[in-house]
Structure formats: structure tokens, C-alpha cells
Design a protein around this ligand. Structure first.
Ligand code: S3P
Length: 427
């Protein structure tokens, strides 16, 4: 298969992608739980993070409008007040699941609601541990939102998570922290560890040992001055673009390179891209670096082992998309979680690839894509899923492809400036 060679296809420039979404949610929540003034710089001002800010305001925390540098005063778990309105999480699973732990552990009652996509996502995974701790949780008939959380003084817990989920792990740890009790969470493969790292930066003792996370009881958070690093899941779209484009290089500045999040970069390097990580530093417990990315001699297909899935879970739709331009077969298994994300990302990405003219198949827990260097034409059905819109947006920049994305606005969930940044580096 000949690599993409069009002289019209080049990238150039540098980019500082917006702040990491997972860390931005936690920066607000942990700042609210610390007593005293916190400062957060470079927070992601996206719809999902606005949802977390809105819920915290409904719980009585005076969170200012999100901007490049925000300051607010945390009230501690005891200072939160009972909400007088629904806790609207919009499209954000992280808001719903983490804040359910906060409400439960703080002895409050709150009714969580969200948009159509979030309302259909499973909440049983937080209901079970929170009820084991002594809270009462009512979910919809289908197991999703609306969800009423009735908290109390909770008991300590040792929880074995059936799947690896940072949202569930964080929910349990936050419930325990707010109630002042001990918690241990085990999971099959360790999920992203931003909660553990940021809690430690807030002065909370968290012990990590062989897949288990232990939070000691009776601890308080100290306030923090935090700079949020760039989101590796947003940087991934531009790394993929630079790997596809035969000419040029992109410099992605200040990206979080926490090992629990760099699975996509590892896959891209294995596929043949040139990725140079420079100036790596540790900031507030998170590794941050500058990434220089360019195409190698053409991409090859890759097989992702099941144990690596949590390190690139949000980048798998993008991997499926670029695999259409990688020689041979790309195979992903052990990723059934993709079916309960903002959309069923297995069927959505495979159906869209097929309808545009690529060679792809669904597996129950993943997908196979055969690289054919296709000329893709048609319209993408995003189901309002931001990551699908952006993944196909990247393919739309390849000369010869004519791809319309049905909902371009949904990128506001995680990367409001995505289309402008994409246009800038491909101009
Ligand atoms: C997140 C955890 C992951 C990820 C999501 C953000 C977080 O979800 O897919 O985008 O911030 O904790 P799961 O915990 O459900 O795997």
C-alpha cells in the first residue's frame, strides 16, 4: 500500500491544546473540598467542566466563571449545602459519578440529571459501592439518570471494581474522604490515577500498591495553586494528524504525559510515527512534556493488548480512523467499555468508517480495521459524541476525502476551539 504522498497534505506549527478534562474536573472538586483559597490556571473551559462548576455552585461553592486563572474559596465537605435544584451534569459522566461520591459522603441529598446520552449511561457502577457504604441511591428504570443520592455518615469500604474505571474509583475515594472513613479500591488493570496524584498534591495520604488504592480515614485537603497541563486526549487528534501527513511536523506544548494516558502515543509510535518527547517535568504530581510529532515512512497496523486499553480508552475511535491509512490490520479487543461511553463508540466508529468507504468490522469488545488508503466520502453520524466528531474531522483534512460531520458543535464538550486549531495547523 503506497503511503499518503499528496504535496497538498502537510502540517506545520505549534499548539498548546486546552487543559486536561479529567484534571480540570478534579481541580474544581478538590478545591471546593479544601478549606481556603485555591487557584487554578489553564482550566479547560468546556461544557463538561462547566457542568461540574454548575453542580458545585448548586452545592453552595462560589465558583467563578471559568477563565485562564480562577480563584475560589473551598468550603470543605461540611460546608457544602443541600442543593435547592437538580444537579445538572449535561453530557458529563465524570461530573455525575465523582460528584455522586461527594454528595453521598457529605451527608446530602441531591438529584442528578443530564442530557439524553448521559441519562442512558450506567450508574449501577457507582450505586453499588455507595450503597455498600450506607448511602441510598435511586437510579432510573434503565439504571441511569435521573439518580437521587441520599448520603449519610458512611462506613469504610474495600471495593473490588469489576472493570477498570477511574470515575468509579474516584467516586468511592471521594465518598470516603468526605465522610472521613478509610477506603480501598481494587481494579483489574489500574485506571488513570489523576485522583490519587492530585489528592496527594492537596496533602492527602493515598497509598498505592499492586492495583489497590488505599485512602486513610480522617484526612483534610489543603488548598492548592494548580496549573492544569494540556489534555493528551485532545493532543491525540493533532498527533494523529502529524502522523498521517507526509510533510511537516507539529509541536504540541505542555501536554500531560502521565503513563496512564499515553497509550495512544505508544500505539502511534509502534505504527511508525516519529514522536519525540522533550522537556519532561513533574508539576503538581503530573508529568508534563512537549511533543514533536511527524510521519515516519508510512503507518503500519497495530494490535492493542487488552491490558493497555485503559491507557487509550478515549482515543480508540481515533485509532480506528487512522488505521484506515495504516498498512495491514489494526485490531482492538477487551474494550467493551466503549459501548457505554458518550455513544456506543464501537458501532458508531465502525458504521461510519464503513459508510464512508473504509474496511472495518465490529467485534463484541472492539474492532478490526484494514488499512486500504481509502478515499472517504459521505456524512458522519456523531450521535452528538465529541470524540467521533474530532476523529472524523482529522480524516476530513486528507486531500481527496470529502467528509461532512453532522454535529460539529458537540466538540464543545471537551475542546471548544478544535475546528479553529485544526484549520490553523493544516492551512
Ligand atoms: C475519566 C475516566 C474515564 C474516561 C473519561 C474520563 C475520568 O472513564 O473515559 O473520559 O476523568 O475519570 P471511566 O472511568 O468510565 O473509564
Amino acid at each position: 500500500m503506497a503511503p499518503l504522498t499528496s504535496s497538498r497534505f502537510h502540517v506545520a506549527g505549534e499548539l498548546r491544546v486546552p487543559g486536561d478534562k479529567s484534571i480540570s474536573h478534579r481541580a474544581l472538586i478538590f478545591g471546593a473540598l479544601a478549606e481556603g483559597p485555591s487557584r487554578v490556571r489553564d482550566i479547560l473551559p468546556s461544557a463538561d467542566v462547566h457542568s461540574t462548576a454548575g453542580v458545585l455552585r448548586a452545592l453552595g461553592v462560589d465558583i467563578p466563571a471559568l477563565g485562564p486563572s480562577i480563584e475560589f474559596t473551598g468550603v470543605g465537605p461540611q460546608g457544602l449545602r443541600a442543593p435547592d435544584r437538580d444537579l445538572d451534569c449535561g453530557n458529563s459522566g465524570t461530573s455525575a459519578r465523582l460528584l455522586a461520591g461527594v454528595v453521598a459522603g457529605s451527608g446530602l441529598t441531591g438529584r442528578f440529571v443530564g442530557d439524553l446520552s448521559l441519562s442512558g449511561r450506567p450508574m449501577g457502577r457507582v450505586k453499588r459501592p455507595l450503597e455498600a457504604m450506607g448511602a441510598t441511591i435511586e437510579v432510573s428504570e434503565k439504571g441511569g439518570l435521573p439518580m437521587v443520592v441520599r448520603g449519610g455518615t458512611l462506613q469504610q469500604i474495600e471495593w473490588e471494581n469489576a472493570n477498570s474505571s477511574a470515575q468509579v474509583k474516584s467516586c468511592v475515594l471521594l465518598a470516603a474522604l468526605c465522610s472521613g472513613v478509610e477506603a480501598t479500591v481494587r481494579e483489574p488493570t489500574r485506571s488513570r490515577d489523576h485522583t490519587e496524584r492530585l489528592l496527594a498534591a492537596h496533602g492527602v495520604e493515598v497509598w498505592v500498591n499492586e492495583g489497590a488504592v488505599l485512602l486513610f480515614g480522617g484526612q483534610k485537603l489543603t488548598p492548592l495553586d494548580l496549573q492544569v497541563p494540556g489534555d493528551p486526549s485532545s493532543a491525540a487528534f493533532f498527533a494523529a494528524l502529524a502522523a498521517l501527513a507526509p510533510q511537516g511536523e507539529l509541536l504540541l506544548r505542555d501536554v500531560c504525559v502521565n503513563e496512564a494516558r499515553t497509550g495512544f502515543l505508544a500505539a502511534l509510535a509502534e505504527m511508525g510515527a516519529t514522536i519525540d518527547m522533550r522537556d519532561k517535568v513533574l508539576r503538581s504530581g503530573e508529568w508534563v512534556a512537549n511533543l514533536h510529532v511527524s510521519a515516519g515512512a508510512g503507518l503500519r497496523g497495530v494490535t492493542i493488548p487488552a491490558e493497555a486499553i485503559p491507557t487509550l480508552i478515549d482515543e480508540l475511535p481515533l485509532l480506528a480512523c487512522i488505521a484506515a491509512y495504516a498498512e495491514g490490520e489494526t485490531r482492538v479487543t477487551g474494550a467493551e467499555e466503549l459501548r457505554v461511553k458518550e455513544s456506543d463508540r464501537i458501532s458508531a466508529v465502525v458504521n461510519n468508517l464503513k459508510s464512508l468507504g473504509a474496511d472495518a468490522d465490529e467485534l463484541p469488545d472492539g474492532f478490526i480495521v484494514r488499512g486500504t488508503n481509502p478515499r472517504l466520502r459521505g456524512s458522519v453520524v456523531t450521535h452528538g459524541d465529541h470524540r467521533l466528531a474530532m476523529a472524523f474531522g482529522v480524516l476530513g483534512t486528507i486531500p481527496g476525502n470529502e467528509i461532512a460531520v453532522d454535529d460539529r458543535v458537540c466538540v464543545a464538550v471537551s475542546y471548544p476551539e478544535f475546528w479553529a486549531d485544526l484549520a490553523r495547523v493544516t492551512a
